[in-house]
Design a protein. Structure first.
Ligand code: ADP
Length: 209
């Protein structure tokens, strides 16, 4: 088991809305899609798994370790070994593509160059490695964002509508490429989407909320 939630609830104090009693188990090496309409609590759930939001009730496990229980975080964000990709790619604007990707890499210095080349090659972004985020397209930036999240070799990859800022054709193409890489690397991923068709093609498991 890689990620398990049992009866997780959360209400934003100001809004009286949030996440209502969600349970699921995501096995290692599988991809789960969190599917639901806007406002259903998908992003909030991802923040709970990441550790940015503390649940009011229920339990959260990552790789058999309890990381949060009602009103209490047991493991902080930086120790949960997660990789995150947001809707807007949020690359560091003052760093090149290569620097962005290597930002969270924990490999020894001697391995970094080969590791970077491998990722650049997989994501087909070698020619952009010395460019800055403002010099590349939206689709390329999103691939860099996924490569950067993978570069930290997380136990779980969390993605919040990672391709929704791209237009339809490009989205399908970038989505497919990133999903192939995630599968080949046997990563565990939890992906938020509000698109049923996307969830059907991407997910081994669909969690409806
Ligand atoms: P989704 O990702 O499924 O669209 P969210 O997790 O973003 O849903 O939001 C769930 C509910 O919580 C929504 O009703 C939203 O308006 C509310 N909400 C989200 N963030 C906040 C916040 N920071 N403060 C108050 N309410 C919020």
């Amino acid at each position: 088991m890689s990620v398990r939630l049992t009866n997780v609830t959360y209400k934003y104090p100001a809004a009286n809305r949030g996440v209502n009693d969600v349970s699921f188990t995501l096995e290692s090496g599988k991809i789960a899609c969190l599917l639901g309409p806007s406002g259903a609590g998908k992003s909030t759930l991802l923040k709970i798994v990441a550790g940015f939001v503390t649940p009011d009730g229920g339990e959260v496990f990552i790789h058999d370790k309890k990381v949060a229980t009602g009103k209490k975080d047991l493991v902080p964000v930086q120790k949960r070994e997660i990789g995150i990709v947001f809707q807007q790619h949020a690359l560091f604007p003052h760093m090149t593509v290569a620097e962005n990707i290597l930002y969270g890499c924990r490999r020894p210095k001697s391995e970094r160059k080969d590791f970077l080349l491998q990722l650049l090659n997989e994501f087909q972004i070698e020619i952009h490695k010395d460019k800055y985020p403002h010099e590349i397209s939206g689709g390329e930036a999103q691939r860099v964002a996924v490569a950067r999240a993978i570069a930290s070799e997380p136990r779980v990859l969390l993605m919040d509508e990672p391709f929704s800022s791209l237009d339809q054709n490009l989205r399908a193409q970038v989505e497919q490429q990133c999903l192939n890489i995630i599968r080949e690397r046997k990563l565990t991923a939890l992906i938020v989407t509000h698109d049923e068709a996307s969830a059907q093609t991407m997910g081994d498991l669909i969690i409806r909320i």
